[in-house]
Design a protein around this ligand. Sequence first.
Ligand code: PLP
Length: 376
Amino acid sequence: MFVYLDNSATTKQYENVTEKMIQYMREDFGNPSSMYRLGITAEKAVKEARRHVGVALGVPENNIYFTSGGTEADNFAIFGSILKNKRLGNKIITSKIEHPAVLEPMKRLEEMGFEVIYLPVDKNCRVDIETYKNALSDNVIFISIMTANNEIGTLQPIEEMYKLKPKNAFFHTDAVQAFGKVNVPRVDLISISGHKIHGPKGIGALFVSDGTKIKPHMLGGGQERNMRSGTENVPAIVGFGEAAKTIASGDENISNMKKVKEYLQEGILAEIDDIKINTPKDSVSSILSISFLGTKSEVILHKLEEDDIFVSAGSACSSNKKGRSHVLSAMNMTDEEIEGTLRFSFSSQNTTDEMDYVIERLKKAVTDFRKLMHRR
Ligand code: PLP
């Protein structure tokens, strides 16, 4: 049985998404800026996709700017805001558990002379609101806190934090893992990505609220209303729109994910000893992180792969696949816990029958590994 449980790394494209994209590669391949029929068809398709993405995110479509993915949306939000606001202050607030698409730009800002505060998290991977309050001051110009963490799934208290933000600060949230799973809180800037919702890779968007005036990100021909120049990736945009339309129409998808996640968690708890559940209750329904003590997750991962089961040892979102997870470290987990951590991430297509198979194979992999270590 083939079981894909790495949907936080990427999802399988919906068939309707692929079909739609092919149409805009084969037939309707025009440049949206062209004035003749082919161009107008492409322009209309981009407009419709923008509408679907806006509806799925619960924001006006005109505030959506397409980018080449979540990474670019994060960079756009960060550098666009800083360029705009740098005269108003020097302080930036983020957290220790952000994705590298936020943390690496933050390092660059430190090099440029900005003061960056990295908020710590508790054992549930949640940012402490009191630490946040203490970090707030009038010279804060930018805040970036992710909605849902990609390794643990923990939801952050975004609405509460947003209400407290100083007047000169733009508030950004990386909602790449939350989009399509929960209602993303409406803050100033929101990053989302296509390939986490069964859309194509290499496409994403930044939502910029009306009152938030940021500097353009890419300079050139003036596409995306002068904010992000470059000929639109029409097939990817159309595919993203189709995926957004599909997820927006299906509440039961989330409840299925939740059911499958709970089923797997219960099954593992019943069948396997010496484990630690890292994902708290208040999390997205797509992610479950568990430490199998006395094991090495990389070995278990490859054992499962032999059985056609695909999981992750942490996050696959950076090309640096090795190295200690900064998220698990920030949660103060022990070396043993970190070494034995697996992340299972679900889509609406997973079933409880698949989970029965995963529990059985996982139990064998963990038991065999522990026996082998014990013998040594
Ligand atoms: N932010 C988070 C939380 C992610 O999980 C990812 C990807 O895994 C990204 C940003 C980057 O998105 P993309 O792969 O579309 O560049």
